[in-house]
Structure formats: C-alpha cells, structure tokens
Design a protein around this ligand. Structure first.
Ligand SMILES: Cc1ncc(COP(=O)(O)O)c(C=O)c1O
Ligand SMILES: N[C@@H](CCCC[NH3+])C(=O)O
Length: 429
C-alpha cells in the first residue's frame, strides 16, 4: 500500500482527504508543504557551480500568499513579482525587499512608485517608455538596479498562449533590433540606474532541454555582441522559468537535478568560447516549484449520460477555480479520493457548475463509478490555479490549506458571500 493510500483513501502530506473536506469543506486547494520545500531545496542544491554565481528566484505568479512568501524566504529563494499586488503581498509578509525582482510589460506609475518606496532589489525594464517613466520617479541620490527584458526569439514548444519569446511577443525588446542596443547605451548613461544585465523567458511548461540550452547560448552571444559594439560589460543574465511539470502520464519533464548543472556547465563553456566574463545566472521557476504539490478537492454532485453516451460528473467547483483546461486545453488526472483502489475503467468528463459550456475541468478521465458526495481529487493544481481563480458567476474562491507531517494549516480563508459584495455600492449610497 502506498504511503498516500490508507483504507482506500487518499492522503496528502499525511492528512486524509476525508478529514480535510470535513474540516475545510470543498472546493479546497491543498498544497503539500514538504513537496514545495523539497523543490526549493533542489534548486538551491543543484543550480550551483564552482565557477558561476547563481540565484534562484521563485516566480510568485504561480502561487502567492503571505504564507507562501514566508516559505520562499525561509528556503532562501528570491521572489519575482509582476504587479503592485504581488509586491504588496510580499511586503506585507515581511519578505526582504532587496530580494525582489519586479517584472511586467506595462508597470503603472503607482507600481513603479511603490517599487521605489519599498526599495526593491531590481526593476526589470520592458521598454523605453517605462524606462523614462522610471527615471523621472527616482529621488535624488537614490540608485536603482535595473535589468532589461530582451526577446531572444526562441520558439519553444508549448501552448501559444504561454510561449513568450516568439518574434511577435509583447514582452521585452528584440535582440535582433538595433534600437535595443541604443536603449542599452541610454540606460548606461543615467547616474540613477545601475545596469545589471538581461532578463528573458522563453515560455512555460517546456519539456525540451535543448530550448533552454539554445536560449542561454543566444543570450550569451548577445552579451558578447553588446560588449563588442558598445564596450558595455553585462554582469547578469536572468533566464526566467518555464520548466515543465507532470500533469498526466503523457508529460515527461526532464530531471532538473541533472539538467541544472549541465546548463551551468554549458554557460561556462560558451562564455569561454565567446571570451566574455561569465555572468551571474538567475533562473525563475514558478510551476516546477508548486504545481505537483497541489491538489483540488471537490465534492461530486450529480452524474449525467447524454444521448450520445458521454458521461458527465458534476463537481462543486468550476472554471473559476480551475481555468487552465478552458484556457489552454490543459490535461489533468484525478482520482476519487475515497475509492482510491477501486477499478477505474470508465471514462468521464468532469464538468463544473459555471454557466458556460466550456466549463470543463477534465475532458476525459478514467474513474471508478462516481456517486454523490464522493470526493474528487484533481492532481497537479498547485501552479496557476489559486492565482488565476476568479469570482465568475459570483462563485467564491476556495480556501487554501498547507499539509505537512500529518497536520493541516489553513493559509488562505475561503471567500464568503460578504466578500463578494465588499466593494459593491448601492445606487442610493
Ligand atoms: C518572466 C517570467 N518568469 C518566470 C515565469 C515562471 O514560469 P514557470 O511557472 O513556467 O516556471 C514566468 C511565467 O511564464 C514569466 O513570465
Ligand atoms: N498561467 C500560465 C502560465 C503563464 C506564465 C506566466 N508568463 C499557465 O497556467 O500555464
């Protein structure tokens, strides 16, 4: 019997799904804290080299809350934020501001002001308008570390909505555009800016090691070109995130603990060949830290067989807490948590309760016969689920619970109906 299975029931972090549902109700996001911590530790241990300075930054867009900020800080990772809201959350959690990297392709005036006020470690500038806005905000005698978001034009194989460095991407400036070089020279002329280097990110849920190698090589070649053309030495290179997670048996992510040292070795050798000083290298994983630690628990309601024979299972959640199937046609696996070892030989479509035909959680999953009040556990929902959830149909966002060593800890409360109308004003107000 697996350690996750006792008496035909699913256990997560040593806590039974049944107990979690009894205590916190459904829908419920459950995160295995030890799994998140061990992924953080894996990056700290394997993304290192004797010859290259490195830093791992957790991409908070994947999953962020006050408790998650505390966890990331305690594991010694830095934090990538992409909005005033993410920045504010990190600040409220007491996350060290000098370890914050502030991204985004259209940071507002207010967001830039907040970043300066909080004295974040580095601002990643996306384009010239943003640069000029930033310059005007920096108080006298204050210096800001900046990186420039560049687009190295790598076509990684993933869903087009989560690919970020194809030539027409909205993010950053192309390394093939001469005006990018002018902007780099301009950044280096401002006394209030300390130019650190380049940031780029090729997309998300990528399974080919070669795409990351090609990415690093392209940026290093650009660093060399910049030096040859301008004399500017680029000290740092942030390669973003994008490492794939295993959602279903079809997904074959590569072993990061083997790949990360290989990547660094390659960066060392390429820098040597190009005769450039090897830059400090950053990576920014989000999904690969939290995705596989997460489960969503739902209560099964009715089932339905259509005239063509399609079998639906209805659950008490929806696309509002599980966006990725509707948005990216993402595939998921699930089990009935209270029938873990029962034979699963019939295919079902798991549908949510939103008023939307596209509100499908899983298109096709083999399950034991589902019955009302069974607990359905959808796997691999730790990344981009809570963070992409909405109140569509005025559905309330689920609670989030950390589980570890047989204990659970509520880290985000379930929204209430009162929360839904908190910002509403009546006509007569
Ligand atoms: C700039 C940047 N860094 C890091 C990430 C994290 O990516 P992932 O969650 O795929 O590791 C993203 C998201 O795609 C991103 O846009
Ligand atoms: N939200 C996306 C990934 C986008 C990452 C941010 N650039 C997903 O769920 O896969």
């Amino acid at each position: 019997m697996s350690k996750n299975t006792i008496n035909n029931h699913l256990y997560i972090g040593g806590v039974s799904a049944f107990d979690l549902v009894r205590t916190y109700h459904t829908p419920l996001y459950v995160m295995d804290e030890s799994k998140i911590r061990s992924q953080c530790q894996m990056f700290k241990k394997h993304f290192v080299s004797d010859h290259i300075e490195t830093e791992t930054i957790y991409a908070s867009k994947a999953f962020l809350s006050l408790a998650m900020c505390e966890l990331v800080d305690s594991e010694g990772l830095s934090l990538d934020v992409v909005s005033g809201g993410e920045l504010y959350t990190a600040h409220q959690a007491g996350f060290p501001m000098h370890k914050i990297y502030f991204h985004g392709n259209n940071k507002s005036l207010e967001e830039l002001k907040l970043a300066i006020e909080y004295q974040v470690g580095t601002i990643v500038v996306d384009h010239r308008h943003e640069l000029l806005t930033l310059i005007n905000l920096i108080p006298k005698n204050q210096k800001i570390n900046v990186m420039l978001r560049v687009n190295p034009g790598i076509e990684a194989h993933t869903h087009e909505y989560i690919r970020t460095t194809h030539h027409d991407s909205k993010f950053g400036l192309s390394i093939y555009d001469e005006s990018t070089l002018d902007l780099i020279k301009e950044i280096n002329q401002y006394d209030s800016l300390i130019f650190k280097g380049f940031h780029s990110h090729i997309g998300s849920q990528i399974f080919e090691e070669q795409s990351f190698i090609e990415h690093a090589q392209t940026v290093l070649t650009y660093i060399s070109d910049v030096y040859l053309k301008t004399g500017i030495v680029v000290e740092e290179m942030n390669l973003g995130g994008g490492f794939g997670a295993k959602y279903t048996a079809e997904d074959k992510p590569f072993e990061l603990k083997f790949f990360l040292p290989t990547l660094l070795e390659h960066i060392g050798e390429t820098s040597k060949k190009l005769r450039i000083k090897v830059p400090k290298v950053f990576i920014e994983p989000g999904r690969s830290i939290v995705a596989e630690a997460g489960y969503t628990l739902y209560t099964v309601g009715g089932t339905k067989k259509t005239t063509s024979g399609k079998q639906y299972v209805f659950i008490d959640g929806s696309m509002a807490d599980h966006m990725r199937t509707a948005l990216y046609q993402a595939k998921y696996d699930a089990v009935i948590a209270n029938k873990l070892n029962d034979e699963a030989n019939t295919s079902y479509t798991v549908a949510g309760k939103a008023c939307e035909s596209g509100d499908i959680i899983i298109k096709d999953v083999k399950l034991p016969k589902p019955e009302a009040n069974d607990i359905l556990a959808v796997k691999t929902t730790g990344a981009y689920h809570y963070s992409m959830s909405s109140n569509y149909n005025r559905l309330t966002r689920p609670a989030v619970v950390f589980v570890k060593d047989g204990k659970s800890k509520l880290i985000v409360q379930r929204e209430t109906y009162q929360d839904l109308i908190r910002n509403d004003l009546k006509l007569e107000d």
